[in-house]
Design a protein around this ligand. Structure first.
Ligand SMILES: [Zn+2]
Length: 71
């Protein structure tokens, strides 16, 4: 339950400062192969890991050579 983001109703009590530490600190490093980084071939359904910096539309299917799409 998100709280302390400033958009909620007032009257939370003197609990200011308890919201720090959220947002950063988790998975802040270089994303190597995170979830969701996958491309899928719309033709044969072959899946390939998404290469950072290279759109799926720029990749080709290793099986049939069709352009990949985001999974
Ligand atoms: Zn394919």
């Amino acid at each position: 339950m998100p709280r302390g983001d400033g958009t909620g109703p007032t009257g939370q009590g003197p609990g200011t400062g308890g919201g720090r530490g959220r947002g950063m600190g988790r998975q802040g490093g270089p994303r190597a192969a995170g979830p969701g980084g996958e491309c899928v071939c719309p033709v044969c359904g072959e899946k390939a890991p998404h290469v950072a910096g290279t759109p799926c539309s720029s990749q080709v299917c290793p099986k049939c050579g069709a352009r990949m799409a985001r999974a």
